[in-house]
Design a protein around this ligand. Structure first.
Ligand code: NAD
Length: 381
């Protein structure tokens, strides 16, 4: 049997985790996910990994992300369709599974769109702990869609960031964030609405000298959300939205800034999908596991510009899937389903598993294959 966890079960889990406080539930899961991420990235060498398999079309991307250690195999199916919100559909939709490496049995099938937002935010904040200046107190966030609220909660909970400068081409998206997070102590600064040009608006936001800048926009193009002249010494850039071939957010001159330190999840995948797809193949990058394992330093000085070129790696989904599997068992959430015919008295008799019992009533059927209408023929010898 396999445990199935859908959106309703995740909602119930957030309720339990936050003891009734929705924001408290998300913060709790973000903090625990960050711990699980740290643990997984420290165990880097124990995982069989590879770049995700993407089907890229003009409108969007559908990606399959597998990874495994000696105990669990995990995969995520995830979409990126930037125009989907116009059709009243989310841009990022995801689900995934955990199975036993010993037997291949699927153990856990789970909604992962909410978990993706949680793990991406937790990973952003975890990496920023090693790269952002310790005295960082403010963050600009460009792109206020589905991921944004989670990013804010993660940077608030894990780094103590208290002040957020928001910008989105869509004013309703910014208002949504302020409304969703109005309960807390977080201070929001909205952009000057008199400026109509998006580049000029972003420049104005960055002139307020945020310590950290998160870009989390969605457009299937090589966009230029940030240019090098907007970046100040000591800034940390958390570039989240550029995550597919031909989909970037940073002007490449930012990556070329003297002594800039670029940190990625998994080099092979990020070279194809991240901001560094704009750079030559020998452009220097550091994988995050090297920092968390103490092999290489994080930030080296207070004037260094640090860049987290985030694309989303399967190991992060493994970490959040393991957490959700543990949590849903602890709280007895989800539904047990017969996803594959796994438990049967005679495993070689697959017929028996699916055949209707003598006492069960079948549906009436016009098929030429229906019982009684088609003579059974068999040959012997
Ligand atoms: N790196 C990762 O691990 C990871 C994980 C999840 C999502 N993502 C990516 O993050 C991005 C955001 O995801 P989402 O779920 O929030 O998408 P979304 O569609 O809900 O939100 C995107 C927002 O960006 C805004 N936007 C687009 N162009 C802009 C511009 N030039 N300036 C300012 N705002 C602009 C849109 O108005 C929208 O509000 C997507 O590109 C997605 O693929 C990356």
């Amino acid at each position: 049997m396999t445990m199935l966890v859908d959106v309703n079960a995740v909602r119930a889990l957030l309720d339990k985790e936050g003891c009734g406080s929705f924001i408290g539930g998300i913060e709790s899961l973000i903090e625990q996910t960050a711990d699980r991420l740290a643990e997984a990235y420290r165990r880097w060498d124990e995982f069989a990994k590879g770049s995700r398999i993407g089907i890229h079309s003009v409108r969007g991307d559908i990606e399959l992300m597998p990874v495994a250690d000696h105990h669990y195999y995990a995969f995520k199916y995830v979409t990126g369709f930037p125009q989907n919100p116009e059709r009243n559909l989310p841009n990022v939709m995801a689900f995934g599974a955990l199975s036993s490496v010993e037997t291949g049995k699927p153990l856990f099938l789970c909604e992962l769109a909410i978990a993706t937002a949680i793990r991406t935010a937790a990973m952003s904040a975890l990496v920023a702990r090693h790269l952002a200046r310790e005295d960082s107190r403010s963050m600009a966030i460009i792109g206020c869609g589905a991921q944004c609220d989670f990013q804010i909660l993660a940077f608030n909970a894990l780094l103590g960031i208290e002040k957020f400068y928001l910008y989105d081409v869509d004013a309703a998206a910014m208002n949504k964030v302020v409304e969703n997070l109005s309960e807390g102590e977080i201070e929001f600064v909205l952009p000057d609405r008199s400026i109509n040009d998006s580049q000029a608006s972003i420049r104005k936001v960055l002139e307020r000298h945020p310590d950290i800048v998160t870009t989390v926009t969605a457009d299937k193009t090589n966009a230029t959300i940030l240019t090098a002249d907007m970046i100040r010494p000591g800034m940390h850039i958390n570039a989240v939205g550029g995550d597919a071939p031909g989909k970037t957010e940073l002007d490449k001159k930012i990556l070329e800034l003297e002594h800039a330190r670029v940190v990625v999840e998994f080099e092979e995948q990020t070279r194809a999908e991240g901001e560094v797809q704009q750079m030559p193949p020998d452009f220097p990058v550091i994988e995050f596991h090297e920092i968390i394992r103490g092999i290489k330093p994080g930030r080296e000085n207070s004037r260094q510009v640090t860049i987290h070129d985030s694309v989303g790696f399967a190991l992060s989904d493994y970490a959040v899937l393991r957490l959700l599997y543990d949590k849903t068992q602890q709280y007895k959430l989800g539904t047990v389903v017969d996803l594959v015919p796994s438990e049967t008295p005679d495993v070689k008799n697959l017929f028996r598993k699916v055949r209707r019992g003598d006492n069960e009533i079948g549906l009436s059927c016009d098929s030429p294959h229906a019982a009684g209408t088609r003579p059974l023929r068999y040959f012997r010898g």
